[in-house]
Design a protein around this ligand. Structure first.
Ligand SMILES: Cc1cc2nc3c(=O)[nH]c(=O)nc-3n(C[C@H](O)[C@H](O)[C@H](O)COP(=O)(O)O)c2cc1C
Length: 202
């Protein structure tokens, strides 16, 4: 069935961080696309930082839990809340930075907590970093394939200038309209549209 409830996942959890502004950018492109295509669904931002997940601490192996309703079988309230939230969505777009040639531990940790809540659902990947975060994207594809998710072929890598990475904390720093223009020019907009198109076709 074609998804109608997509989560746009902000994956970095440090403070401060660039991720929310990149997620907002992706969200703005998706909003244009939703309006253009009259897609009847909705896209919500899910921020991993708001989940306050400790390093994985469940005694069970998530894939061994009952597939129909694993939620009550988790030991911890933070896992049950995360499970219930992820279950609500029928597709995901992960917006993640690259950390040391891979995804941040915060994202791997959040993924590892669950299994059946992810399985079989479509997933899109948007990475960012000094060179676009392609290596994080490759790792994430492997992980999501392991969860039997339907990973979109279209991959988006957003190149972030060093000044933006380092200077966004102050009011003078951060992602500006010039950056957004540059990304659009680099085909990022088409990429995001491509991911969306693959996800909603079911
Ligand atoms: C621990 C760490 C490792 C990083 N490794 C890479 C890397 O391998 N490649 C890259 O392009 N950028 C790398 N960066 C730069 C990040 O992509 C950049 O700082 C980005 O702003 C991080 O996203 P965040 O601010 O939302 O956490 C790294 C940053 C951190 C903090």
């Amino acid at each position: 069935m074609a998804p109608t409830n997509i989560a746009l996942v902000t994956c970095s959890t440090r403070e401060p961080r660039l991720n929310p502004s990149i997620t907002e950018y992706v969200h703005s492109i998706l909003a244009e696309e939703i309006a253009r295509t009259n897609w009847p669904g909705k896209i919500s931002i899910v921020d991993l930082a708001a989940q306050h997940l400790p390093l994985y601490n469940e005694p069970a192996i998530p894939s061994h839990l009952p597939s129909q309703d694993p939620t009550p079988h988790y030991t911890h309230a933070h896992t049950r809340a995360w499970s219930a939230l992820v279950k609500e969505y029928d597709a995901f777009i992960f917006v993640t930075p690259q950390y040391n040639w891979s995804i941040p531990a915060s994202l791997k940790n959040a993924i590892d907590y669950l299994f059946h809540e992810w399985t079989g659902k479509p997933a899109g990947i948007v990475t960012y970093g000094g060179r676009g975060g392609g290596k994080a994207g490759e790792h994430l594809v492997g992980i999501l394939n392991g969860l039997r998710m339907a990973v979109a072929q279209t991959r988006v890598g957003i190149v972030v200038r060093r000044e933006v990475m380092e200077g966004w904390v102050g009011s003078a720093g951060g992602v500006g309209e010039e950056d957004r223009e540059g990304w659009r020019g680099a085909g990022v907009k088409e990429g995001i549209r491509g991911v969306f198109g693959e996800l909603v076709k079911g």
